[in-house]
Each structure stands twice: as C-alpha cells, then as structure tokens.
Design a binder for this molecule. Structure first.
Ligand code: PMP
Length: 357
C-alpha cells in the first residue's frame, strides 16, 4: 500500500519567510511573431560573426572547466569599452552582478522608483530591506531625497539605472553627481543602455571610490550569452571577487563572446540602426493621437496610452506583438514599454497600434 504523504516533511514551509513572501520574476513566454518586450537586439547575428562563433564553439574543450577569469573575453571588452581587465568582474548577466553586490554589501538597498525590478527583488531574496525613493514628475533623480533617505536608513547600496529602465531617460548629471558626492554608500551606476545613449560616468570612477559601474552585452546583441560586467576601485573588485562564483562564465559564452566581439563593428552598425529607428518611432508615436511617447536614450520607448493600456496590450498580443505592460496604479498607470525592433517590426507595431486605438 502507498504511504500517505507526511505533511511535516513539506520542506517548502521551512524556506525563509522573506523568500516565501515573494513572487518569482515573471517573464511572459507567450509565443509571438514580434517580440518587443525584453530590450533584445532584434537583428539576426551577422553571418560573418555567426561563422566565427561556430568555429570557436567547435574547438571548445567542454570536458574541462572554463577559464575562471575569462581573460580573452575581458581583453575584448577592454577593446570595446576601455575598461582594464584587472578592474573588471564578469557576471552571468549583470543580474548576477547585482546579486553579488547585494551579497557583499548587504542592505538596506536604496533604489529610485520606478526602476529595474531586480534592484527590488534581489535584496528581498537575500533578506535585505529595500528603500525606494520616487523619481520626480519628469522621471529625474530626486538627489536630495536620495541623500536624506540614505542617511536616515543607513543604506549600504544605491542602484541607479542610467539611462533608467523602464522610463528610458538619463538622469541629470548634476543629480547623480550630488548623490555620489554626498553619500558614503556604494553607488551603482547601471549603464545597461549605455550603447544607445553614448554617455557614461566611467570617466568619473577614479574621482569617486564609492562608485561601481555596471554594463551588459545583452542589449547590443548577446542576450543569449548572459555576459555582464562591472568595474570599480581595486579594493572593491578584490572584495566582490570573493563573492563571485568560480567559473561563472561558461566556456561557450566565453568562446562565442570573444569571436563576436572581434567583429564588433558589425554590431555597432546594428546599434546605430536601432537608435535611428528609435528616433523614427518616437516621432511617429508623437504624431499618433491617443499615445504619448516619453523621450528615450535606450533601445525602448515608454509610451502612455490615453485609453485602457491593458486592453491595448492584450489586443497587441492577439495580433502576435508582445510588449511589456506596466499599467498598474502609480506613476506608470497607462504605460506600456516597447522595445525598438527592426524597421519592419516597428512599422507592423505602429500599424496594429493605430488600428487598435
Ligand atoms: N540592468 C538594467 C537596467 C536592465 O534593464 C537589465 C535588463 N532588463 C539588466 C540590468 C540585466 O541585464 P542582463 O542580466 O541581461 O545583463
């Protein structure tokens, strides 16, 4: 006879209360013909890069562990962005580095709202408090409020996505500088969308030892490889390296990343096209009644819909177009976030949106 399950062995009940209280990060996996929800580069891998990646993967000795410090990949990233390999830590996506930072520094963690969901979720998973500070009406950083709340709560880390996700704008340099100069917490400037704005706080890093800069290869064409990176002062790099898991960048990602970055000019062309498409789509949406796009320095647009944004989101999905629905009470009420696609995808999105409206 089958034994009855023993309820006292339901170990899920023993999971930390801070984790049990959470909802998992939700990714909409609906199969669609046009995917504009996740800030991926919509263009296919250039043929030359594809062939180089195949050759690199073919000669990879995957019975061995990967290079633990991913030296070749770091060299290529240095060539791309001018970040010295000794001052660089790579992560399995910058998501992993966000986690490493919170593990190393602990909390409370302070972040503006609205901003990137992982700044909120990761500390909670690690049983750390999260303090949020609303952005201004123009979605700029409220430097005074950030400084005040940091002191009040003893926050150890401040995450600033610049340009910000999901609002798309860059914060004013003066506001970011005021925060950097007036707190002793670690200030993480997450430049995930740097390639689409071209402006960076990297030149400031030697003047601000409390600054950490995060970047990612995901948005420029390598989301599937999961490669993020950070740079900081040597002492912070040494501490964070204790937290980083050994072999966290797998061999195939290293090989493919190196092969692709050696052909970086091909990807720069795609980035330039995405920026040009963003400008075109912004203008087209400005001229569309019932929608207001917000200015963006990223590869996506935040748009406000006059009517029912959730209904528009659902109708787009029925047409096979997936965007991100941000329509809930708060500063993003009525908003959707649309990743810039190929010229054809953007035309199709616009056509369907106009029909729905
Ligand atoms: N930071 C910001 C601001 C983001 O928007 C994202 C992706 N949505 C990430 C980090 C994570 O990027 P990845 O883990 O792919 O490097």
């Amino acid at each position: 006879m089958r034994k009855k399950p023993n309820n006292s062995k339901d170990i899920a009940k023993n999971v930390q209360p801070s984790v049990r209280a959470l909802a998992a990060y939700h990714v909409d996996e609906t199969p669609v013909r046009i995917k504009l929800d996740a800030m991926e580069n919509p263009f296919p891998m250039p043929e030359q890069a594809r062939r180089a990646i195949l050759a690199a993967v073919k000669s990879s000795r995957i019975n061995l562990y990967p290079d633990p410090s991913a030296k070749e990949l770091k060299k290529e990233i240095d060539r791309l962005w001018g970040i010295h390999p000794d001052r660089m830590i790579l992560g399995n996506g910058s998501d992993e580095l966000i986690q490493d930072i919170v593990i190393a520094f602990g909390g409370p963690v302070l972040t503006p709202a609205p901003s990137f969901a992982m700044y909120d979720l990761t500390p909670r998973v690690l049983s750390q408090d999260v303090v949020t500070v609303p952005l201004t009406k123009e979605f700029d950083l409220d430097a005074d409020a950030v400084i005040r709340k940091t002191k009040l709560t003893g926050a150890k880390v401040i995450f600033l996505a610049n340009p910000n996700n999901p609002t798309g704008n860059r914060f004013s340099d003066a506001a970011v500088r005021r925060v950097l100069e007036n707190v002793s917490a670690a200030v993480v400037i997450d430049e995930a969308y740097y390639s689409f704005s071209g402006r960076s706080f990297l030149p400031w890093i030697s003047r601000h030892p409390n600054m950490i800069i995060l970047r990612t290869l995901s948005k420029i064409g390598f989301a599937g490889l999961r490669i993020g990176l950070l740079t900081a002062s040597p002492s912070v790099i040494a501490e964070l390296n204790k937290v980083r898991l050994p072999y966290n960048i797998n061999m195939l990602s290293q090989a493919a990343g190196v092969a692709a970055l050696k052909r970086r000019a091909l990807f720069q062309k795609q980035v330039d096209l995405i920026v040009a498409e963003r400008k075109k789509l912004y203008q087209a949406l400005l001229a569309t009644p019932g929608v207001t796009p917000f200015p963006s320095e990223t590869n996506f647009l935040l748009i406000w819909i006059e009517k029912d944004a959730t209904a528009v989101f659902k109708a787009l999905k029925r047409c096979g177009i997936l965007v991100k629905n941000l329509d809930k009470p708060g500063p993003l009420k009525g908003c959707l976030r649309v990743t810039i696609g190929t010229p054809g995808q953007n035309r199709e999105f616009l056509k369907n949106l106009k029909q729905i409206l």
